[in-house]
Design a protein around this ligand. Structure first.
Ligand SMILES: Cc1ncc(COP(=O)(O)O)c(C=O)c1O
Length: 456
């Protein structure tokens, strides 16, 4: 019988996170304090983050130990299985082998708890009693609600309005884990009130929700802020995925030729890819594909420069691919991919051509998601479906070229709370939104006046 699932034992969970900063040929320019235009200092960040996370943010150590209480929490669902998509391969009549790392086995159904437990733990040991955060799809909000609950921390989630309306059961899940949740833009912050006055019908965006969560945390002594993607420490915590996948491929004597992940802020892509990018830096021949929606094409069409991480300009300036902090993406179903920027580490690796980026439209993505669901029995989250579509496209290309290759993709989350998106697709109600160059140039105009580089 053919092997389908490759499991590791709990004792094989990696004991350290892998930090790509130690191996990158070029470091991203440092984040800047927007007031002084100098690199941010730990003091700038300490009102929002606990010191161990600030130190991870700037660390150049290749490996960082995972604390025991975090490992214990991770054993609730890790190691996650690596699955060979035999039936999808057969349906596509492809010579390619398709493997996916199934992160949907976590308590909230995605990769997000991998960093949520670490962030909650470090806040807990510094005595923090309350955290605020944003959420797009609801995956991150529910993950932080779950993880913070384990360490006795209260959470308030600002959920992007379009997702808040589309996903009532994510809301119920967040509340079940004991967190408070509000639709963003909300009436609870100055930022939210201002935006609602100016744009009463806005679907909201991750940039706006981040502003609200940061404003809330900055205004309260007992509260820190927590981010579900983009920052170096978040990408670091996700590298447990790629390290496990490496061991699993070794068990079946395989090595990946193509590695794929979808990109919102970049954390699940980085989590799977970065341990393998190290191999590429050391000479391995691997094609890395970062997949984004054509309606929010940061890596493929954005500018690589300094920008704010949020709409209200409360965060430091990060050097990243961006469509401009005022960009409000169309209300596509992949809410977790509606972010105007990207992780600076990922942006730099794309700039240095170690990673390629591609953008796909919503209808193509849902078509592949349905194909995958029919043959593999798991309904992917709309975000994950972008990676699924890339894997299907690669497998078809392999068939056309008559080439054997091994494809590995990150199955970042299941879509069982996203069934309204599937209903919409199946009833023919979905439309494609492709951003035009003119719309993007218009949005980038708002960045005039921000620094283009940092020369020390
Ligand atoms: C299932 C799933 N995949 C991917 C993403 C995108 O985030 P990131 O790029 O940080 O992995 C999200 C974000 O909410 C998500 O919920």
């Amino acid at each position: 019988m053919k092997q389908t699932k490759i499991f590791l034992n709990e004792k094989d969970i990696p004991r350290q996170w892998y930090n790509i900063a130690a191996d990158m040929p070029n470091q991203p320019p440092p984040p800047l304090n927007p007031g002084t235009l100098q690199p941010i200092t730990p003091d700038d960040l300490s009102p929002l983050f606990p010191m161990p996370l600030i130190l991870q943010e700037v660390s150049q150590d290749r490996y960082i130990d995972i604390p025991e209480p975090v490992l214990e929490a991770l054993t609730l669902w890790r190691p996650s299985p690596l699955i060979r998509a035999h039936r999808l391969e057969k349906a596509l009549n492809t010579p390619a082998k398709i493997y996916f790392k199934y992160e949907g086995v976590s308590p909230t159904g995605s990769h997000k708890p991998n960093t949520a437990v670490a962030q909650a733990y470090y806040n807990h040991i510094e005595g923090v009693k309350r955290l605020t955060t944003e959420t797009g799809a609801g995956q991150w909000g529910s993950s932080l609600a779950f993880a913070a609950g384990m360490f006795g921390i209260d959470v308030k989630v600002y959920m992007v309005r379009v997702s808040f309306d589309q996903k009532p059961y994510r809301k119920a899940m967040i509340q079940s884990f004991g967190a408070e949740i509000v639709s963003s833009p909300s009436m609870d912050t100055q930022t939210g009130r201002k935006i609602r006055e100016k744009m009463p019908d806005t679907p909201g965006s991750l940039g706006i929700a981040i502003s609200e969560a940061v404003e809330d945390a900055a205004g309260r002594e007992d509260t820190n802020y927590s981010l579900g993607s983009v920052l170096n420490h978040v990408l670091l915590h996700q590298t447990i995925i790629g390290q496990e996948a490496k061991k699993q491929l070794e068990i079946v004597g395989e090595s990946a030729d193509v590695i794929i992940g979808c990109v919102g802020g970049g954390s699940n892509f980085a989590g799977l890819a970065f341990p393998f990018v190290r191999d590429k830096i050391n000479g391995a021949d691997i094609d890395f594909l970062a997949i984004e929606p054509a309606s929010c094409p940061t890596l493929t069409k954005g500018a690589h420069r300094y920008d704010f991480g949020d709409t209200a300009q409360l965060t430091p300036l990060s050097y990243m691919h961006t469509l401009g902090h005022g960009f409000v993406p169309p209300a596509i179903h992949a809410g977790g991919l509606r972010y105007h920027g990207d992780a600076p580490l990922l942006s730099q690796l794309v700039k240095d051509e170690l990673i390629r980026a591609e953008a796909y439209s919503q209808l193509d993505v849902f078509q592949s998601a349905i194909l995958f669901a029919k043959h593999e029995g798991i309904i992917p989250a709309p975000e994950t479906s972008h990676a699924v579509h890339a894997a299907v496209t690669q497998a078809i290309q392999a068939r056309e070229e008559g080439k054997e290759k091994t494809i590995l993709f990150n199955f970042s989350g299941h879509g069982y709370f996203d069934m309204s998106a599937y209903t919409n697709y199946l009833e023919g109600g979905l439309i494609d939104h492709v951003m035009t160059d003119e719309e993007i140039q218009e949005s980038l105009k708002k960045l005039e006046g921000l620094p283009l580089s940092f020369n020390g």
